[in-house]
Design a protein around this ligand. Sequence first.
Ligand SMILES: [Ca+2]
Length: 140
Amino acid sequence: MLKKIKKKIRGIAIIGGILGATYGLQFGINHLTSNFEYVDKDYHSVTRADGAFSSTRFDRYDDGNNKIDGVFQFRLFGSTKLMDDYGSDGSVDRIHIVCPEFGGIAGVLKRENDYKKFKDEFDKADRILAETKERFAGYF
Ligand SMILES: [Ca+2]
């Protein structure tokens, strides 16, 4: 009886160890592959890893006349979204829902048409934009 319990505990410890090592490896890979910065004349983009499976990119386009801020929130487990703020006024104008369930473009929400119906989604996107701007402020 005691031997059986010990064997079970050992099995659980081995599985836990394998899962932990896999997560650690993926965490390392994500931090190596999802941390970069791109700077061009009118365009500046910074991407940072979030944990083992996700990343966030903040883009700023500014040609002197037009200014657009964008947040690309990649989530392997969850909804991946691209949020565009035209005019960089802190108000998200477009939400592109990229892959609600492991791929596939679900659609684009436009503030001028869809705000009433998707108020929570836009309010959440505005919060994400503000948080991301604060997080990446050191780069811009
Ligand atoms: Ca805007």
